[in-house]
Design a protein around this ligand. Structure first.
Ligand SMILES: [Zn+2]
Length: 382
């Protein structure tokens, strides 16, 4: 019922009865519980056809707040949002994740506390904390597992650490998953199956299915960067395998290739700069990277049949060159049925996708039917 009220699909008892098939008395009782918890509040009366207008309700986005953090390799974004995911206060800072969990989490807590103070909120208002990190995470425990660019974080209980401080639900996930959720939430909620591909230094993919992040058994789903690409067995990947997609089409690999070709580039941003400045080598390289990525995505499309593929990350800024390569191969190599209405688009949120996704991830968990039922059952007022 809360979901129906949040989505604006139901505003009255009668609408809830019609949409849920529950009895009028059950609906009334549950609405009262939601009113007591202040998750729902009375709203303006609806239009009346004579007689007393029906009581209407609306979701109370101010029933609490969420803390969200998108911790990147070199810079991070932190925000406080209401329960609709709208940002109330935000900060960003250049802080290398390689400084380790003690330093970074201390900074994070200090920043959260500062934002709470600035926005006149208290720690008691915090309903949940969502955090994204640039590495693999065992989602159930909120613990990074052997993250290649996060020295000191392997096995560190990030969720447990933050839960001890805020006494709220804490969810930790890898950055690509939360970006996928942010993109889905902001623009594609009317679709159910979406792939978000981040092409930065490396390549990763977030999978949204039935409107939720698909993490797989260990949280490793979507790791397309290490799928083998044919005809590149001379390329060794940082993971130790040969011919990985990331080692061929990632921004780091392209920067190295460009430098070899006499076009200086240190990182993925330099690759994009070269494309924008009209370097033919860079343009050719990015378009070919798009084709290699397209080859892997064509298989993913046949396997998963998404409605949308959103491409983000630094290299997505290389104008249309990357997307053109991706589209060319996906349309040629995927089945006609799977590509009939597929859309392959560039991210519109860019580096805001992560912070929005981190907030949405934890808000959805806090407001999930089971969690709300439990909170109502535990509440002395109910
Ligand atoms: Zn690899």
């Amino acid at each position: 019922m809360l979901r129906l009220i949040r989505d604006g699909r139901a505003r009255t008892h009668a609408e809830l009865v019609a949409l849920t098939g529950l009895s009028r008395s059950t609906v009334a009782q549950r609405v009262d519980s939601l009113l007591t918890r202040r998750l729902v509040v009375p709203a303006e009366p609806g239009a009346s056809r004579g007689g007393r207008p029906p009581r209407t309700f609306a979701f109370n986005r101010d029933a609490g707040i969420a803390l969200a953090a998108d911790l990147g390799a070199t810079h991070s974004r932190v925000a406080i949002t209401d329960l609709a995911g709208d940002v109330l206060a935000e900060a960003r800072e250049d802080i290398p994740i390689a400084q380790g969990p003690e330093v970074v989490l201390k900074w994070l807590e200090r920043t959260f506390d500062g934002l709470l103070k600035d926005s006149g909120r208290k720690r008691d208002d915090v309903q949940g904390v969502g955090v994204g990190v640039p590495g693999p995470v065992e989602f159930v425990t909120g613990t990074p597992v052997a993250p290649p660019i996060m020295p000191g974080w392997d096995g560190y209980g990030v969720a447990a650490h933050l839960r001890a401080r805020y006494g709220a639900l804490v969810l930790v996930d890898n950055d690509v998953n939360i970006m996928a959720l942010g993109e889905f939430w902001s623009r594609w909620r009317d679709t159910e199956h979406l792939l978000f591909v981040k092409v930065g230094t490396g390549i990763g993919c977030g999978v949204i299915t039935d409107g939720r992040i698909h993490r797989g058994t260990q949280g490793a789903a979507g790791d397309i960067g290490h799928i083998h690409v044919p005809d590149h067995d001379d390329v060794i990947c940082r993971c130790g395998n040969i011919g990985c997609l990331e080692a061929i089409a990632g921004g780091g690999a392209m920067a190295a290739r460009l430098t070899q070709m006499g076009v200086p580039a240190e990182n993925s941003r330099d690759v994009v700069r070269q494309v924008r400045e009209g370097s033919p080598e860079a343009m050719r390289l990015v378009r070919q990277a798009g084709r290699e990525l397209g080859g892997v995505l064509a298989s993913a499309v046949n396997f998963f049949n998404p409605a949308v593929i959103v491409i983000g990350g630094d290299i997505a800024h290389a104008d249309e060159h990357l997307l053109a390569g991706v589209r060319e191969v996906v349309y040629r190599r995927s089945t006609a049925l799977a590509t009939r209405s597929i859309r392959i688009v560039r991210s519109t949120l860019d580096d805001r996708a992560g912070i929005l996704g981190a907030a949405v991830m934890v808000i959805e968990a806090v407001l999930a039917p089971d969690a709300v039922d439990q909170a109502i059952a535990a509440s002395p007022a109910a």
